[in-house]
Design a protein around this ligand. Sequence first.
Ligand SMILES: Nc1ncnc2c1ncn2[C@@H]1O[C@H](COP(=O)(O)OP(=O)(O)O)[C@@H](O)[C@H]1O
Ligand SMILES: [Mg+2]
Length: 310
Amino acid sequence: MATPRALGHAGAVSVTTEPTSPDDLARALDGTGYLADEGLASAAFLALRMGRPLFCEGEPGTGKTALAQALSESLGLPLVRLQCHEGIDASQALYDWDFPRQLLHLRALEASASASHTELDVDAVESSLYDRRFLLARPVLQALQDAPCVLLVDEVDRADDEFEAFLLEVLAENSVTIPEIGVVKAETPPLVVLTSNRTREVHDALKRRCLYLWLEHPDLARETAILRRRLPDLPEALAEQVAQAVHGLRGLDLLKPPGVAESIDWAQALQLVGARHLDLASATATLGAVLKYREDADRARDKLDALLAS
Ligand SMILES: Nc1ncnc2c1ncn2[C@@H]1O[C@H](COP(=O)(O)OP(=O)(O)O)[C@@H](O)[C@H]1O
Ligand SMILES: [Mg+2]
């Protein structure tokens, strides 16, 4: 099991209970309900020990976001999450000034000056407005301040090039400069997990800084095991049938192939309608839990018989 950290490693993320091997980390992740294969456990272990960001790429629902959550839980580190979206900029990722509070502060200064018939010192007023108490730490700054922690930069493929360049700079330095305040540097680097659903290629420069992990959908045995871990009351036979059917669906060239989240939803839906087996009737009744496009559902319905027979 994880042992207390004995020796420091240059650049390593500092944790109180440090996994001693990929297997050890896999066991710790398992303890949180996250089932890692060998490649994943090795990549995460190395990211931790080398103090390098882990760049996780894969189809939606392959467990990228859940990995960051499981790492934070199993390592006992707080999770700081930055959800990327189109148009996200540095002020949403790093910090912002609390404008309403600054304004109130200014009004209060003005009121007190006018009550005491004194002149405001403009320079002093201005510098008092850029005090730390008016600083809103957004996730990246928060992670640098809170490190050791896990910083999840989720769905970085949704952000634009400029934002990527900004991230690269922060990740390289583990610090940010706030002109009015100075440099904020993390004492130990956060464990950074970046995820991408690969809606576009992320630049080489960003990848070069990171360790790379491609996440596949789990194989049949692992998906069955995941279903049973997430839904402890699910009978093994039903878990196997769902995993098998979902694997079949993934082979149908659908618009949106089901991820693990959909397998879990499907199995749960089947349980809720009291199905003991996945058959044509129960599959049809619960298909909306696993396929979310009309075209996909139509396509699957045509093949359902064959899928369930295999
Ligand atoms: N290896 C795994 N072990 C346990 N649960 C998993 C695993 N992979 C995926 N899941 C579950 O599948 C769901 C979808 O995973 P998520 O991390 O949201 O996918 P992604 O971020 O890749 O789109 C989550 O509920 C997660 O708990
Ligand atoms: Mg995700």
